[in-house]
Design a protein around this ligand. Structure first.
Ligand code: PGA
Length: 255
C-alpha cells in the first residue's frame, strides 16, 4: 500500500563508458523506447558526456545525472568536480557513495556524507549508494552495515533535504558480477533501510523515500525485483548501456 506513495526511479549508471558521440547515440535510441514510462528515468553519465546528454535528452522524459561530486564549492582539488558546477550546467541528479568509489578511490562514509550534504546544498537530487561486501553478508551483518552507512551518510541532512535523496541498496557482491540478490534479499535489506529512515526522520518520511535496488539488475530479473513492496526502482549498470534492455526495466517499473 505504501509503495503507491512513491514514484519509482530507474537510473542508469554508465560508469566509465561512452564518448560524447556514443552517449548521444545511446540516448537517441533510448528516447522513443522509454517515452511512455510511468516512472522517473535518469541516466548518470561520465562528466565529459554531460553536455551531449543534456542536449540529447532536452524535451524528453529522461533526466541526466553525474556519477559523483566533491564536497567543496571550489579549490585545490585536482580533477574533482563540485556540486555548484553540476548545478550550473543543469544536471539534476548525482550518484554519491557508489561502491566502486569506496573500493577503488578511498571514499569513506564520512566523505560520502560530506559529498551528500554539498550536493543537497546545491539543489541536486542525490542517489546515495549503500551495500555490504560478500564477507559481511556471510558474517550475517548486512543490516548493521547498511544501517551504519545510511546513518553516517545522512548525518546533518534535514528532513526537508531528505526529500531529494534516493537510496540505492547495492550489495557489492552483486555489482557487475551477474549474481543478483534474490527478490527477497533485496526487499529485506530495503525494508531495513526504510526502518532506519523511520527511526531518523519518522514513518511518513520513510514511506516517502525512494529506495532502489542495484546489482546485476537486468531485463530478465527486473520485474520480480521491482514488484517487491520495498523496492522502488533500480540503479542499473551494465544493462543501462543497452537501450532495449534498459527500456524493458523501465517498463517493468511502470506497471
Ligand atoms: P551492474 O551495476 O548493474 O552492472 O551490476 C550496478 C551499479 O554499479 O550501479
Amino acid at each position: 500500500m505504501n509503495k503507491a506513495l512513491r514514484r519509482p526511479v530507474i537510473a542508469g549508471n554508465w560508469k566509465m563508458n561512452k564518448t560524447p558521440d556514443e552517449a548521444k547515440a545511446l540516448i537517441e535510441e533510448m528516447k522513443p523506447l522509454v517515452a511512455d514510462a510511468d516512472c522517473d528515468v535518469v541516466v548518470c553519465v561520465p562528466y565529459v558526456d554531460i553536455p551531449a546528454a543534456l542536449e540529447a535528452t532536452a524535451g524528453s522524459n529522461i533526466k541526466v545525472g553525474a556519477e559523483n561530486c566533491h564536497w567543496a564549492e571550489s579549490g585545490a582539488f585536482t580533477a574533482e568536480i563540485s556540486a555548484p558546477m553540476l548545478k550550473a550546467v543543469g544536471v539534476p541528479y548525482v550518484i554519491i557513495g557508489h561502491s566502486e568509489r569506496r573500493q577503488y578511490f578511498g571514499e569513506t562514509d564520512v566523505t560520502v556524507n560530506k559529498r551528500t550534504k554539498a550536493a543537497l546544498a546545491s539543489g541536486l537530487k542525490v542517489i546515495l549508494c549503500v551495500g555490504e561486501l560478500l564477507e559481511q553478508r556471510e558474517q550475517g551483518i548486512t543490516e548493521e552495515v547498511v544501517r551504519y552507512q545510511t546513518k553516517i551518510a545522512l548525518g546533518d541532512v534535514s528532513a526537508e533535504d531528505l526529500k531529494n535523496v534516493i537510496i540505492a541498496y547495492e550489495p557489492v557482491w552483486a555489482i557487475g558480477t551477474g549474481r543478483t540478490a534474490t527478490a527477497e534479499q533485496a526487499n529485506e535489506v530495503n525494508a531495513a533501510i526504510r526502518a532506519c529512515i523511520a527511526e531518523l526522520y519518522g514513518k511518513d518520511a520513510a514511506d516517502a523515500t525512494v529506495i532502489q535496488y542495484g546489482g546485476s539488475m537486468n531485463a530478465k530479473n527486473a520485474a520480480e525485483l521491482l514488484a517487491q513492496p520495498d523496492v522502488d526502482g533500480g540503479l542499473i549498470g551494465g544493462a543501462s548501456l543497452k537501450a532495449q534492455d534498459f527500456s524493458v526495466i523501465v517498463k517493468a517499473a511502470s506497471v
